[in-house]
Ligand binder design. Structure first.
Ligand SMILES: [Zn+2]
Length: 221
């Protein structure tokens, strides 16, 4: 199984990718993990990646694709790509890299969720300044507002969850990643998952879709 999980920040695709990787016994290839592993192993590519990340810069498409090639495409048979491709350029790289090996993607799952739902999810995150426990003002509120259940510490907005930070991530997603939905739809690879449902329900639907992807691969339809 070679599939891509696509979706905006806050759609929960990372969680679903993790669960599906376990259920189908395939590799969960998240870009963040791949970068970390490449750096930890001291690979030449990893050092190049570190150079960008240490300076707070985005890793260029071309380098990202080379790392994914070495760490995933050339070394694992079955995988869920999570966070790659993120741009049209990366999607074209992926297509070419697979083609060169006589391979192809089996499917792309798009975790669909409206922006106001994303903003509600992401801006509601709180973290305990004292013990680091995570809360959500709507989905996982503390017993007493603003106070940690576990240690009585003060709850703060996570640094990645300010409206400004989220607005920036969403704008970038809209500009660079959203075009991939159309890209994969035209290739008849795209399947939509309603990501507004409860995580367990999303898991149930995702599993059904993945079984379907596997089935159509085996029957060649
Ligand atoms: Zn606490």
């Amino acid at each position: 199984m070679k599939v891509v999980f696509l979706g905006p920040p806050g759609a929960g695709k990372g969680t679903q990718a993790q669960r599906m990787a376990k259920r189908f016994a395939v590799s969960h290839a998240s870009t963040g993990d791949i970068f970390r592993r490449a750096m930890a192993q001291g690979l030449r590519l990893g050092l190049e990646v570190a150079d960008y990340l240490d300076n707070g810069k985005l890793v260029p498409d071309e380098l990202t694709s080379r790392v994914v090639a070495e760490m995933v495409i050339e070394s694992v048979e079955d995988y869920i790509l999570d966070g790659y491709p993120r741009t049209i350029q990366q999607a074209r790289d992926l297509e070419r890299m697979l083609l060169e090996r006589g391979e192809a993607l089996d499917g792309v799952l798009f975790f669909d969720i409206p922006e106001d739902a994303i903003i509600e999810r992401l801006t509601g995150r709180r973290i305990c300044a004292q013990c680091g426990a995570n809360y959500h003002i709507v989905f996982m509120p503390p017993a007493k507002s603003g106070i940690c259940d576990r240690c009585g510490g003060e709850l703060r907005v996570r640094s990645d969850s300010s409206e400004q930070a989220i607005g920036k991530r969403l704008a970038e997603y809209r500009e660079k990643t959203l075009p991939l939905v159309e890209f994969y739809d035209q290739k008849n690879l795209l399947r939509r998952v309603d990501a507004t449902a409860e995580p367990d329900e999303v898991t149930r639907r995702t599993e059904i879709l993945l079984r379907d992807v596997l089935m159509s691969r085996q029957t060649g339809t």
